[in-house]
Write a protein of this length. Sequence first.
Length: 345
Amino acid sequence: MVRLLRLKIEAKMQPKHFAVALSLLLMSCLSLFTYSEPAYAEPSLLLTGKIASVESQTFTVPKAGDAWRYQIQWLLPEGTLATAGQSVVIFDKSQIANQIEQLEASLLRVTAQEQSTAIELKAAVLQAQFNLKQHRLEVEKAQLDADVPAEYIAAKEYAENQFKLLQAKSEQTKARQALAEVLEKQLASRQQLAIDKQKAKLELSQALRGLEQLELKAQISGPVLYERDPWSEKKYGVGDTVQIGRQIATIPALDRLEVAAWVNEIDVDRVKLKQAVTLRLDSQPDITFLGSINSIGKQAITQPAWGRSKWFKVGIDFNLASTNIALVPGMSVLVTAQESTHDEG
């Protein structure tokens, strides 16, 4: 630029050089507009993840009774290869066992009450039926006396016979009503006792089912992996009291594995489906193998142990046969996602 200014100044003194200076100035300006910086690559995106199974069975604290949390009484040792049908987790059953004892006693009490009430009501029905029969006989006898014509007996006796007939019929009506009330009471009592008995059976059945739910068994074969408390990051173990719904263990199937990684919501736009990644195990950092992103979570979730940020889950496929590494679900993996280059003009 200094040279151009100098030529321009000299052009004022020497007009024949002005055209040359002007040409040089135009070429310099044109080069400024056509210059672009060379392509560059953004730094690689690093993700943390772990080997996971596409198919797995999770073990969570069940809603087995009135309690909102249960203590882990026994756990199959971590890493043990569980088989289908084998017990994996057993929770403390003492509370629900005591509840079952109370419910069994309640069912026996309701059953005994049902039997005793049935006997009492049956006796009351028999007595009411006997009373009605007796009053029916009295009505028939009074009817015979009342049918005697007035000309054959005294007027007073005739009047008394008519009164006794009315009285006998009235007593018969009362006896009939009493029988109907006893039968109605018998039916209502039977229905109520049947409801009470059914309720006691249902509560006992639910408690027994809850007792079974406190022992979780494997449905697939695979290694047992302990989960961590979301707040303390400590693995669950025997003696821990865990609230219902918490996931305490997992059994992954070993026939199909993937890498489950997490990307911060800030960087989620930097990962794409089918994007190539490099994988490196924390336990064997000198060995790398390739993979590609097969899924990106639709909704971000928080990881309490990682702060307030939100994270998207990223699924990564890899060729297990080409790794020549004995992979086990739960192994920590460092994922390197090399982004495509960008041109900036």
